[in-house]
Design a protein around this ligand. Sequence first.
Ligand code: GLY
Length: 254
Amino acid sequence: MLIAITRNVSDRIAYCELTHLKRRPIDVSVARTQHRSYEQCLIELGCKVQTLPTEPDLPDSVFVEDTAVVLDELAIILRSGVESRRAETDSIARALSSYRQLFHITDPGTVDGGDVLRVDRTVYVGMSGRSNKAGAEQMRQFLKPYGYDVRNAPVKGCLHLKSAVTQIAEQTLLINRNWVDSENFPANKFIDIDPSEPYAANALWVNGTVIYPSLFPRTQRILEETGIKLRIVDVSELAKAEGALTCCSLIFER
Ligand code: GLY
């Protein structure tokens, strides 16, 4: 059974962190409706969704992926690269402590979960504006006893590693090569996004289906032509907060 931890959208999402996007008005009610559809999609794909209470004072708190990395053997509570997001971890640590032994990234390390891509026993950590070498090194020490290989992957031009590359099938990555070098992922096959849709590489692979945003029809067509099974969701309002599909859940085996 897969558990998907999510969190309701904060009333203050309009005050979210923005790095590469211009601030635009966000309709909280539309964002909440889209978020509920996303949760419904996870349920239909076989996840048990555990929705945490809203954190009214933490604008980015819907993006739970950034707070932790959950693997079969342990969970790592992360330390965000931005101060405004660090308080998001308290409630996540409480929720995850029922499922896993917890480890914590500490100062001077920073890692956002959006920078962590696991492919089998390899864990790639994006070297972005949010995650640093000290954070990746702490992850390496936590994961070494369990046989994971932790590799640093430089990214440029985007917020997180998973803005640039995500896994969409066995050993198959959807990638924007302008933001990350494919040579970082030697054992994998690649599907390139349509170049007119730079944000199109973030997809969520769940139980053999890829949840994919309606925002990128050209890349959607490429995926369909490749035979990838898709579920399309509209997360356009959440995207204005510089949050992508994977950001909205923490998914792991019970
Ligand atoms: N607004 C998402 C982030 O910057 O972390």
